[in-house]
Design a protein around this ligand. Structure first.
Ligand SMILES: O=C(O)CCC(=O)C(=O)O
Ligand SMILES: [Fe+2]
Length: 386
């Protein structure tokens, strides 16, 4: 077993075949582990400068004002949402109405999944990026060169609800959690539509959110003996419109703001929300998706749950035409239309690499670039989008 070998060998002698390490959890729990395998080592420049921003600089949105505030409070909150999306691509949401005990139960449920014996987790391994339930380690071990200090469980919860059948109770709690979070995401997207000068229901209708894809992603970052050499998740943007994230009180999320990395600490009982690539596309670049990454530590295991909210799989997403025409003249569309399903496959089948997936649908890159859309056998067919 990889775990037993791991404690006996120096880091250079770890198996170069990453698939031998079935989970970081097993590896991290191997007795006497003092170094990490070369396969999981990142060059230090990824741990570049992190800055501290003054307390209170990260935008906070009071959801209750958006839903049941006075007209003045509502329009002020819509304005704040717009500023947060434009200046940060990131904000915290308080007073969202999702009960605190549901947040702790869902985090416990995910811990229960990661604590299952390896063979039981393997039952939910999945093969293809669009399989409705997948669990594993790193991100996409077939294309990555260095592997992340992270195990994951992903499952699709809308429009059709899937969930692992183990551990007992996870399915029920994740159904309730998904529904409650989805409601909040739709409320936020309504406010975001308005902040763009569009009708409140614009995004909902244009991207068919009634059938919107919602993906539950649980991340486990075990303690790491050399956290300065490891990466929980490398810099990336999320593919959807909005991601709502919670975690178990152990920090590690960093977002990029004005070119610098900023540590994020959630206010108690809040959601951390980041804007995704499809909000950037729809808004024609007014609201850029935020780069973020997850760091690991040597003291405590971190669990996070990212809930990704995207368009329906069949929606072809392009910039809102209403944003391209104004009294000042026409603005060119900065992105070409692509079916969300194809984008999702593209991003999930490639290594996580900043915003490289979004770069492929930028209009400016079209003259020179071709777009690789993986087929269902996982091979890459190169096709030009036009
Ligand atoms: O664990 C975190 O804080 C970030 C997770 C994340 O970025 C993701 O799952 O896409
Ligand atoms: Fe992410």
């Amino acid at each position: 077993m990889a775990a037993e070998t791991a404690s006996l060998l120096p880091s250079q002698a770890f198996p170069s075949q990453p698939t031998k390490i079935s989970s970081i959890k097993t590896l991290a729990e191997s007795p006497g582990l003092t170094s990490i395998p070369a396969t999981h080592t990142f060059t230090p420049d990824l741990h570049d400068q992190v800055i501290c921003v003054p307390e209170g600089s990260i935008p906070v949105i009071d959801y209750s004002l958006l839903i049941s505030g006075t007209p003045d409070q509502r329009s002020k909150t819509v304005h704040e949402l717009g500023r947060a999306c434009q200046d940060w691509g990131f904000f915290m949401v308080i007073n969202h109405g999702v009960p605190e005990n549901l947040l702790s139960s869902i985090l416990d449920g995910c811990k229960g999944f990661f604590d299952l014996p390896e063979e039981e987790k393997q039952e939910f391994k999945g093969n293809h990026v669009l399989d409705p339930i997948r669990s594993g380690t790193s991100c996409n071990v077939s294309v990555e060169k260095a592997f992340y200090w992270r195990d994951f469980l992903k499952f699709f919860v809308h429009p059709v609800f899937y969930s692992p059948t183990k551990p007992a109770g996870l399915s029920e709690i994740s159904l309730e959690y998904s529904q409650r979070v989805r409601e909040v995401a739709r409320g936020l997207l309504k406010g975001i539509s308005e902040s763009l000068g569009l009708e409140g229901s614009y995004i909902d209708k244009a991207l068919n959110l009634e059938q919107g894809k919602q993906i539950f992603v649980a991340n486990l970052y075990p303690t790491c003996p050399q956290p300065e050499l490891a990466m929980g998740l490398p810099p990336h943007s999320d593919h959807g419109l909005l991601t709502l994230l919670i975690y178990n009180g152990i920090g590690g999320l960093q977002i990029q703001h004005e070119g610098k990395w900023v540590n994020v600490c959630a206010l108690p009982n809040s959601f951390l929300v980041n804007t995704g690539d499809h909000l950037e596309i729809l808004s024609n670049g007014r609201y850029k998706s935020v780069l973020h990454r997850a760091m690991v530590n040597s003291k405590a295991t971190r669990i996070s749950i990212a809930m990704i909210h995207g368009p329906s799989l069949d929606s072809v997403v392009s910039p809102a035409t209403e944003l391209l025409v104004s009294s000042k003249g026409n603005e060119p569309a900065a992105y070409v239309g692509m079916k969300y399903k194809d984008y999702l496959e593209l991003q999930q089948s490639n290594k996580l690499d900043g915003k490289s997936c979004l770069d492929r649908v930028r209009s400016s890159s079209l003259a020179t670039a071709s777009v690789c859309v993986p087929n269902h056998e996982g091979n890459n067919d190169t096709s030009m989008i036009s």
